[in-house]
Design a protein around this ligand. Sequence first.
Ligand code: SF4
Length: 251
Amino acid sequence: MAESSIEWTELTWNPTTGCSKISQGCKFCYAEVMSRRLHAMGIKKYKDNFKLRIHPKELETPFKWNKPKVVFVNSMSDLFHKDVPLEFIKRVFKVMNQCPQHTFQVLTKRADLVERYNRHLTWTENIWMGVSVEDERVIDRIDHLRYTDAHIKFLSLEPLIGGLPSLDLTNIDWVIVGGESGHGARPIKKEWVLDIKRKCDEADVPFFFKQWGKAAFNPNPNDPTIAADHKHHAKGGCRLNGRVYRNMPKR
Ligand code: SF4
């Protein structure tokens, strides 16, 4: 468990680590970079670097938090990676089922497997299920999510590297949008973000704009949230037409 700097969560919990790349959104995978760093530091959990590994001992961790937490599940992996046995995923879900005081945000790019495993999993209200979509090429992930029984279904449109003209928000409860950061980052465009926001407004879906990614991608060079000491600081700033959007679904 670790406190997270991610704007839409409090803690990260990684019952699996490691992954493999599946689409363009993985190009500059943060988890891969961090795994290599932690491996080099000699951290035992990352002794196999970025290879997919399951950590059954981690299943005890959520029972030790004495206050209700909002938890991003598997910031360093993908719970629905094909090499994670369904039996282990069921054990992770059982822990989440037994901890209704915590809110668990599970995010995957393997949306087809979520739909396939759906009937084997118990979807208590504290489990928010999300899919990552970076551009139109992988927009079918949203359909897989739509057909699951998760009570809260969310989209992480980050790193947004293309417009999403066919985005359909039917049965979707929350949308997060963000630009890519770091060396070589691919630019996000304001018109893509505004198009998504308009669809959120029309469908009454909470809209969370996380970041532009780089100051160079921010259409407003004077956005005060670019400054590291601003209370809403995010990478590259996070104002959109002068406003910060950090809306969340109701819990
Ligand atoms: S699915 Fe996520 S964790 Fe896995 S390689 Fe892609 S970005 Fe990294």
